[in-house]
Design a protein around this ligand. Structure first.
Ligand SMILES: Cc1ncc(COP(=O)(O)O)c(C=O)c1O
Length: 368
């Protein structure tokens, strides 16, 4: 049996007629940037999140960057986030010329350890970026409490958590502003790059809209030096089709997580993901801790089972971020996780017998 880490072809095949129709419609209309397709998708994604505004942009990285710019973050400011994330979280902060300030993670959920935030707040702190890592919402009540106390803004990095819920509220509505990525493997993925900023705040939405459009609220009127960041019409049309299935796909992902949990129960060498009872994870990734992680991953590879590491080297130990002055042992929980975590395939179309095969090979590796 050969397993894919994610099989996007299967998803396309299951929606081929609808997707081909949407793509043909865009080509027939001949409007490829901005326009009705992007407006329609943006409206529907805002509605899906339960938010007032969605501004479609070119990537999740842009969504983070534009959100920070709208919040007024810039040179001399500090923004708090976790070092166990995709590098784009910290990169977006650095692009604004503010400084990323890292906080270690909770060893059970891998999300930012909210209890450690307060001690890192300085007069320069402007915002907190909780990352809903692997699809599980961060501890938003605790983050909110600290943000209120110190008058900080909250930018959700929801790039891996479309449709996930925290206390029955969808991601995108849990802070002041939120960033989503529509990169192909994401729970809601385009056929290329894409992203969105979601917010209930009219003023922030307007700032993002202007900033992402060359700094222009309308044609030939450049209020400020902005950037060009657009979701194109083809991607918007594709995403609008796929959005209808997102809840169903997330349910399939959660179901696959349950299957893994069942098949891996009693394997002491594996620590399964812990989803807090008030959370519904989008299960972008199913991340376990594994004894002899690297040897297990090698063994699985020989059985045609791809397993990846998200992320093998934390951001504070990346050479591009050396100027921040962090060193090994600064974030022991993150660093230990980086040595032990392993992401097993969990896309919606993954079959039960494939999960059984993966679990069986994990057990065989440990001699069970
Ligand atoms: C947590 C997180 N933040 C930000 C991003 C950046 O999104 P994009 O790749 O669309 O720029 C990603 C994408 O992988 C991500 O996983």
């Amino acid at each position: 049996m050969k397993i894919e880490f994610i099989d996007l072809k299967k998803q396309y095949q299951s929606l081929k007629n609808e997707l081909d129709g949407a793509i043909a419609r865009v080509l027939d209309k001949g409007i490829f940037v901005l326009g009705e397709e992007v407006e329609n998708f943006s409206r529907e994604f805002a509605r899906f999140c339960g938010a007032k505004h969605c501004i479609a942009v070119a990537s999740g990285t842009d969504a983070l960057y534009l959100s920070l710019k709208a919040l007024g973050v810039g040179k001399g400011d500090e923004v708090i986030t976790a070092p166990n994330s995709f590098v784009a979280t910290a990169m977006a902060i650095s692009l604004t010329e503010a400084k990323p300030v890292f906080i270690d993670i909770n060893p059970l959920t891998y999300n930012i350890d909210a209890a450690k935030i307060e001690e890192k707040i300085t007069p320069k702190t402007k915002a907190i970026i909780p990352v809903h890592l692997y699809g599980q919402p961060a501890d938003m009540d605790e983050v909110f409490e600290i943000a209120s106390k110190y008058n900080l803004k909250i930018l959700e990095d929801a790039c891996q958590a479309h449709g996930a819920e925290y206390k029955n509220k969808k991601t995108g509505t849990l802070g002041d502003i939120a960033a989503f990525s529509f990169g192909p493997p994401k729970p809601l993925g385009a056929y290329g790059d894409g992203g969105a900023v979601v917010t209930n705040d009219d003023a922030l939405a307007e700032k993002v809209s202007i900033y992402k459009n060359y700094g222009a609220p309308k044609r030939d009127n450049y209020l400020l030096v902005g950037i060009n960041s657009r979701l194109d019409a083809l991607q918007a049309a594709i995403l609008k089709v796929k959005l209808k299935y997102l809840d169903k796909w997330n349910e399939m992902r959660r179901n696959n997580a349950k299957l893994y949990d069942r098949y891996l129960e009693g394997v002491a060498e594996i620590t399964r993901p812990m989803i807090l009872s008030h959370n519904r994870s989008a299960f972008h990734l199913y991340v376990v801790r594994a004894r002899n992680r690297d040897s297990l991953a090698e063994y699985l590879k020989t059985k045609q089972i791809p397993a990846l590491i998200h992320y093998p080297r934390p951001i504070h130990l990346q050479s591009g971020y050396a100027a921040l002055g962090y060193k090994k042992s600064d974030f022991p929980v993150t660093e230990r996780a980086a040595e032990e975590i392993l992401s097993l395939p969990i896309f919606p179309e993954l079959l039960e017998n494939e999960i059984g095969y993966i679990a069986e090979n994990i057990k065989r590796f440990y001699g069970l």
